[in-house]
Design a protein around this ligand. Sequence first.
Ligand code: NOJ
Ligand code: MG
Length: 570
Amino acid sequence: MADVSPSNLADPTWWRRSVVYQIYPRSFRDSDGDGTGDLTGMTRSLSYLAALGVDAVWVSPWYPSPLADGGYDVSDYCDIDPRFGSLADAALFVDEAHGLGLRVLIDLVPNHASSDHPLFQAALAAPPGSPERDLFIFRDGRGRGGDEPPTNWGSIFGGSAWERVIDAQGRPEQWYCHMFAPEQPDWNWENPAVAEMFDKVIRFWLDRGIDGLRIDVADSMVKDSSFPDTPLNEKTGFGTAGKYAGHPFWDQPGVERIHHRWRAIADSYASTPLGPRVFVSEAHMNPAERLVKYVAPGRLHTTFNFDHLWCQWTASSQRAMIQTILRVHAEVGAPPTWVIGNHDTTRVVTRYGKPETGWRFLPEGVHPEDERKFAQYFAPLPTDVALGRQRARAAALLELALPGVPYIYQGDELGLPEVEDLPVEALQDPTWERSGHTIRGRDGCRVPLPWSGDEPPYGFGPGTGQPWLPQPPTWADLSVAAQTGDPGSHLELYRSALAERHHNPALGDGSLTWDDTPGEVLSFTREPGFRCIVNFGDEPVPLPDNSWLILASGDVSAGVPRDTAVWLSL
Ligand code: NOJ
Ligand code: MG
């Protein structure tokens, strides 16, 4: 067992160096056999996470939700979806996590609600211009009879970002704004009542011992009040949702005021036993100089580094990305985060097994910040899973050696590949329908985890009932049980690396120094006495003299080969 001590709870700077494990509740572990993961399954599996050696968990939305967007459509911000459990189950989960020294972050979804939210239902029932409607973004349409949407904005999931309301008599009336699915109406952050409501939601959870919040689309709440059109995307026929500077719904002036307000709430918990609470911002933002505005002093604590996620697997791209991210974060005094997977992206094993592994692949004319379109072009490329897994092992050692906060998406520690061939009848991501069946969406990275056994559901749930997304028949060797104790397994590599991170004072928060190596080799030293080498080239790299091998992602008996990483003690 890794060294798990509740010391993480005693350290108010935990968020500067902790390894955070993302739980996607629906797909983590099912205790009652209904095919959907749940809180009891999560609580029972906490010992697995503690032994894995992570320091914190981030739980994707667990709120009551019609699951039109996998729970990012919230119908009650202060409760738990009955399929996942109850508030009492959540309290038990948090208590047990804390007992094991694990901090708990949950998701806050402030840009949009579910269309089932009682306040949205009340808004629909109320007349145009009413205070009820003013909590959301309702507008009259353009053109004859108001038949055209108020702007040309395209939704992130495809189609228009506006949905027309049909009144009780069946007559079309106003439109409402939804940057994501029509089942996700955007809140009107111009209305002070919205900010006040979210203050209460935040306190509700922080009072229940939640250590921090991941802010969903942290850059989107404020809309340009003149509601201008955006440049036409020829392909979709709608205005682009790509994030150019000045885009009317991304990174608008005023979004920082909302963050400052939340920061003050989190800081007000400083004198509680758990200490001040923290935020991680989810905002795809380029360039990195713009991203770190979100973690400037007084704003949010950390922000996801998606440049890492979309970085090509080459020495020059990785080095440039790491250097930039470290530099811009140092300038604002915030720790960087490192992200190679999440519930929205092709799994790392599959990404790195493609002939193209990052940004450069973007065809001419595709906006570089629109990762959904990226997925559309990326997905059809053939995958070499063995190569991808070898690289993912090296990438794990690289990620876990960098200064700051690494995130591990559930199942990446098992080396799960993307399930690229889910039957279309099984697809649940709204992207599939909204794109007119051209983009399969994100279900392939959300397939429930294999825990044990030779066939689906691989111990995900009790008995033989099948999970909400089908698991491949080939996952027996990838289960937790199958990998446990096998020193060559993906899981044991993660366990060893995380255990080392706990013991080694060179790892965690801090800095690094680049070593002088050939262009195809990444090598850096961290004090005291730690080195990480990753080889991207064909020429094996000899292990330096007077060094001691801590860990290797592959066979290094003849030096460090291509797509392999080592950790050394100097
Ligand atoms: C980002 C979340 O990670 C994604 O899953 C969701 O669809 C959108 N935000 C909208 O909430
Ligand atoms: Mg269940």
